[in-house]
Design a protein around this ligand. Structure first.
Ligand SMILES: [Zn+2]
Length: 228
């Protein structure tokens, strides 16, 4: 049998949860909205009032190209005093940490690193895989992304709060905003993804949520007080 594909993005009909409309366009393409690009003036204008503080902004840094370029732009183009933060979920390659440290050294930026402890992220990842089994690889992919998002966001917000830094530069991806769980099942039968997951994976899903809370709490200000 011939494989059907989205007429716009060529995703196949074997993709988890994919639904085509009568023009053969998938729901991911239909929900796509082109992001509004505001350019360099907007952040400059927003941050002007804080000019001169030791740290005007916290910038997240993985050591990859995107966040390194954001850091470079913030320092060299916008002229901001940056405190850089790097979150290690326990699965990071040693080279990415080296890249992050090297970029901060070259740009003269302070760097705070945080590593999740007691193999917490490994335990959460195992639970995420277990919870997502009935929904296929798409759901597992989305849950994996949420793990770094959960711990990393808690860390960067706790640093901003602790050092009273009013702005955060944070990179994101549309993949975290897309639901890979079949839309009709989720919303028509259960009205919310949370209720859907609870109904399908009750106890293991509750354990997974507990671990996410533990992951968020380990990065809170009292826990990160010894960083500097
Ligand atoms: Zn598509």
């Amino acid at each position: 049998m011939t494989e059907k594909r989205c007429s716009r993005c060529v995703l196949p009909d074997s993709y988890p949860g994919i639904v085509f409309d009568d023009k053969g366009v998938c729901q991911l393409c239909r929900s796509y909205r082109k992001p509004e690009v505001k350019g360099e003036r907007e952040p400059r204008h927003l941050m002007r009032s804080e000019k001169g503080a030791k740290y005007e902004c916290v910038a997240t840094l993985s050591g990859g190209r995107d966040s390194t370029y954001v850091l470079y732009s913030a320092v060299k183009i916008l002229g901001l005093n940056i405190l850089s933060v790097s979150y290690d979920n326990g699965f990071r390659h040693v080279q990415s940490m080296k890249n992050a440290r090297n970029a901060c050294e070259v740009l003269g930026v302070d760097l705070l690193e945080f590593r999740s402890r007691d193999d917490l992220n490994a335990r959460i990842t195992a639970h995420a895989l277990h919870v997502s089994i009935p929904f296929g690889p798409g759901a597992a992919c989305k849950l994996m992304c949420r793990l770094c998002y959960n711990g990393g966001l808690a860390f960067v917000c706790s640093v901003a709060e602790k050092y009273e830094i009013p702005f955060v530069l944070w990179g994101d991806s549309l993949i975290k905003k897309i639901s890979f769980i079949p839309v009709r099942d989720t919303f028509l039968k259960f009205r919310s993804p949370l209720r859907y997951l609870l109904s399908k994976r009750g106890p293991s899903f509750v354990r997974f949520l507990r671990l996410l809370i533990e992951q968020r709490n380990e990065s809170l200000p009292s826990e990160t007080s010894g960083l500097m």
